[in-house]
Ligand binder design. Structure first.
Ligand SMILES: *Cc1c(COP(=O)(O)O)cnc(C)c1O
Length: 396
């Protein structure tokens, strides 16, 4: 027994676009730095396992996750590459992390102690990276205090612990004025100089998507792009990524609305004249931000149709008075480009109208939306042999 994943609402995801965006990052940073895709939060909501499966052939240096469970899920799916936990883990999670060969981040000497004890108990090496706080403020050893922690970290970097990386995180790399990035780089550089004897093979990395695209590789050992890979535009003055995600929703009801008819909770829209309304099978329970409507619109039969009334959990109503020929069963584009040529609704349009950012829109899509990945539709860019079209893969 199965239910058609396209029955109601679903996400169409382009593996080709994901690959193209990865290659755009590679082109921006040059051949030297390793690329560590951030695949946390289920690959920014799009499906971590499928994202990694698609990117594996590009030879990423590692994958970056935020939780021990995400790391375990990657290992269980057969990923052999290094997996970096970026950010602190809750105390007590060290053994679980090491048992899956995850690389931990240390932001305090207490974490180093816990990590050492966990590695000793398990009898296996404890790989770690040092995070330096140069202004992000949420994690990392404070750079101002390097004289205190530097000798402790250097002393701890002995078996069973192994120091493999050192990094910091930019807070404003999307800003076209690069002064904050410059300042954080300088603080990071000064910290490195104050650190005695960083072992050979310790990788330095700083850049998120915005910094990697804006400033290139900058001689770093690795970069950590996330949002750009998934089709999120990092800044107006930087090249747009290829869109990866499209949200489609089926028309599940059509009606004529007499003047005075109201729609939605709070009856915030009342037909002033005769109108035609279509109900789409998608709502905030799918992750379409409630704040997107009214004021937002969808694409239907080559026309932009405005959302009327409040978006509810499972349904969204659009005014189709100016959209001829709408019938139950047709498909509206809520995010993505219109197959009938009415342009596109971008991630940024939804995010801005909803008072949030592309990251939150993507990671907000709920499990109720089937993720349908397509890979190899347009052939592989870069001259490699095409794998040919693959059937969409329902993942959830
Ligand atoms: C999420 C994250 C990234 C990726 O950032 P994007 O802005 O999505 O490119 C890189 N590094 C760290 C530490 C992160 O938390």
């Amino acid at each position: 027994m199965s239910t058609d994943p396209r029955a109601r609402a679903w996400l169409e995801l382009s593996g080709d676009a994901l690959l193209a965006n990865y290659r755009a990052v590679r082109a921006a940073v040059g051949s030297e730095p390793a690329i560590i895709p951030a695949v946390k939060a289920d690959g920014y909501g799009l499906g971590m396992l499928e994202v990694c499966r698609i990117l594996e052939g590009e030879g990423p240096g590692a994958y970056a996750v935020a939780t021990v469970a995400e790391g375990h899920e990657l290992r269980a799916s057969g990923i052999m590459r290094p997996i970096h936990l970026i950010g602190p883990v809750a105390p007590g999670s060290e053994e679980a992390a090491l048992s899956a060969d995850l690389t931990l981040t240390v932001s305090s000497t207490e974490t180093l102690d816990r990590l050492r004890r966990a590695a000793e108990r398990l009898g296996r090496p404890g790989l770690f990276q040092v995070e330096v706080d140069t202004g992000m403020g949420r994690a990392g050893f404070p750079d101002s205090d390097v004289a205190r922690w530097a000798p402790l970290v250097a002393a701890a970097a002995a078996p069973p612990l192994r120091w493999v990386g050192i990094y910091t995180h930019f807070h404003s790399a999307e800003d076209p004025d690069g002064t904050s990035v410059g300042r954080q780089r300088a603080r990071f550089g000064a910290t490195l100089e104050a650190l005695p004897g960083i072992p050979k093979g310790v990788t330095r990395h700083l850049s998120n998507s915005a910094a990697a695209l804006r400033f290139g590789g900058m001689g770093d050992g690795a970069v950590r792009p996330g949002i750009f890979l998934y089709g999120g535009r990092v800044a107006e003055d930087l090249p747009a990524p290829q869109p990866v995600a499209a949200l489609k929703a089926r028309v599940i009801h059509v009606r004529e609305a007499e003047p005075g008819s109201s729609v939605g909770y709070g009856a915030t829209h009342v037909a002033a004249e005769r109108e035609r309304w279509a109900t789409l099978g998608v709502g905030y329970g799918d992750g379409l931000p409630r704040a997107f409507g009214p004021g937002g619109s969808v694409l239907l039969r080559g026309v932009r149709a405005p959302i009327i009334g409040r978006i509810s959990m499972d349904m969204t109503v659009v005014d189709i008075s100016n959209v001829p020929g709408v019938e139950v069963g047709q498909v509206a584009t809520v995010l993505g480009s219109d197959p009938d040529g009415a342009g596109a609704i971008t991630l940024e349009e939804i995010a801005e109208r909803s008072g949030t950012i592309s990251y939150e829109v993507l990671t907000g899509f709920t499990r109720r939306l089937p993720r349908l990945w397509r890979v190899g539709e347009t052939g592989r860019p870069g001259g490699g042999p095409s794998e040919g079209p693959r059937a969409p893969i329902p993942l959830t």
